[in-house]
Design a protein around this ligand. Structure first.
Ligand code: 5AD
Ligand code: SF4
Length: 437
């Protein structure tokens, strides 16, 4: 019987993509995947440190794994990801969770196979967390889906938004050479992948430090030429770096989905400045207007933070005002969470939790009003949907995504990976309901 591995992933798509590489390395070593940690010989927990509640969940899980390790002392327990790039967490794990065998970081995922071999040979705890690394190519990969795939195009971030830990945990922004991205996409297309998501903390600034210069717009144009790929998405976009050239590239290719994830974070100019976002509300609203004019039907999603240090009721009203003006398709909403080592964590004027929660609830209800109004345009339309599988809550229902990245649950007979037409019979705030035609 072959040995099995279990991976638990927290956080964003970059982490999911990293976990696919870890799965690829383990598959190459002859391990099989399991969803039951009690069957596993190797367990990897890939962590996130973007907000405090991610920390709490992680330490809870690590506590639960103590029992698993007690019952199976041969289990090799590894932790990696953004939290491990911060010394305070590594120290805490060493002290409070001594049964963790391997600690590695975001920069040495490609080396995990060697680290594992070393542990198996010496049976001695390994803590290896380098601060940086060059871009590594050809790391094995085991994809989660057959019909869609993540393709990382940049790593790290140079923006230093004052609330954000990412520039510290993922290091300076680096881009993959376009030829390598293209050959990966061609390989995916040959493998039957229909939809790709180009990933980076700030994809729009793609191209820094390349041997062969290439902008994000040029990369989009090149990727659009790959035969077999039906849909191209990308995230995340920083509003400051959304050039006209990128808008033109989107407008001129049918394959590039007419949807963007464009976080605005806050609606007040004063808060945007304190956040170090490098744009003001007028610029953001102007960009949304330009996108809607140049790319009719484009859908825009966003990220919003409430309760940033010194935020007043008036500042918060400015955030609500952007929500009312922009007709977002969806939004991720967050209560500001101080992250040790960031500038905002030591700013005067931290907002008390009750105030933040009150604002958060108002923000969510405003968004829900706007979104439920906006989705009415889907009523009785026919949407092209790529099927992701059966719905988790109802096995009789299929689920998939429209070109605009809207979740659709529907009745029908299609198979996972099929592209089908669905008539929308009931648009809800968080998903559309329909029937296959
Ligand atoms: N507190 C709250 N939200 C945050 N984000 C990033 N850092 C923090 C923080 N310290 C949010 C931003 C970002 C998204 C990925 O997470 O909105 O766009
Ligand atoms: Fe964090 Fe800002 Fe970089 Fe996004 S752009 S990862 S919010 S520092």
């Amino acid at each position: 019987m072959s040995k099995k591995y279990y991976i638990l992933t927290f956080g964003c798509q970059m982490n999911e993509n990293d976990s696919e590489h870890i799965a690829g390395i383990l598959t190459q070593k002859g391990y099989e995947r399991t969803d039951n940690v009690r069957e596993a010989s190797v367990c990897v927990v890939n962590t996130c440190s973007i907000r405090e509640n991610a920390d709490d969940k992680f330490f809870g899980n690590l506590g639960d794994l103590k029992g698993v390790k007690r019952d199976n002392p041969d289990l090799i327990l590894s932790v990696c990801g953004c939290m491990m790039q911060q010394k305070i967490y590594v120290d805490r794990i060493k002290e409070k969770f001594p049964y963790v065998d391997i600690i590695f970081g975001t920069h040495n995922i490609a080396d995990f196979g060697n680290i594992l071999d070393e542990f198996i040979e010496k049976k001695k705890k390994i803590v290896r967390v380098p601060d940086s690394s060059p871009v590594t190519e050809n790391v094995p990969l085991r994809r989660e889906y057959r019909h869609r795939a993540y393709v990382s195009i940049t790593y790290g971030c140079d923006n230093f938004c004052t609330y954000c830990i990412v520039p510290y945990t993922r290091g300076r922004e680096k881009s993959r050479e376009a030829v390598n991205i293209l050959s990966e996409v061609e390989c995916l297309a040959r493998d039957g992948v229909k939809e790709i998501m180009l990933l980076g903390q700030n994809v729009n600034s793609y191209g820094k430090g390349l041997t062969e210069p290439c902008s994000f717009a040029e990369l989009l144009r090149m990727v659009s030429k790959v035969e077999g790929i039906e849909r191209i998405r990308f995230m995340t976009s920083h509003p400051r770096d959304f050039t006209d050239d990128i808008i033109e590239a989107m407008a001129s290719s049918d394959k590039i989905c007419k949807s963007v994830h464009l976080p605005f974070q806050a609606g007040s100019d004063r808060i945007l400045k304190l956040m170090n976002r490098h744009y003001d509300r007028a610029y953001y609203l102007g960009l949304v207007k330009k996108l809607r004019e140049r790319i009719p039907g484009i859908t825009i999603s966003t990220d919003i933070i409430v309760g940033f240090p010194t935020e007043t009721e008036e500042d918060f009203e400015d955030t609500l005002d952007i929500v009312r003006q922009c007709r977002f398709e969806s939004a991720f909403t967050f209560i500001y969470s101080p992250r040790e080592g960031t500038k905002a964590a030591v700013m005067d004027g931290q907002i008390n939790h009750e105030t933040s929660v009150r604002r958060f609830k108002r923000l969510v209800s405003t968004l829900e009003e706007e979104i439920s109004e906006g989705v009415k345009i889907y009523q009785d339309t026919v949407q092209e949907v790529i099927v992701d599988g059966h719905s988790k809550s109802d096995a009789g229902t299929l689920t998939g995504r429209t070109r605009s990245n809207k979740l659709v649950n529907f009745t029908g007979t299609a198979e996972t990976g099929d592209t089908v037409n669905v008539r929308i019979t009931k648009p809800n705030t968080y998903y559309l309901f329909g029937e296959q035609i």
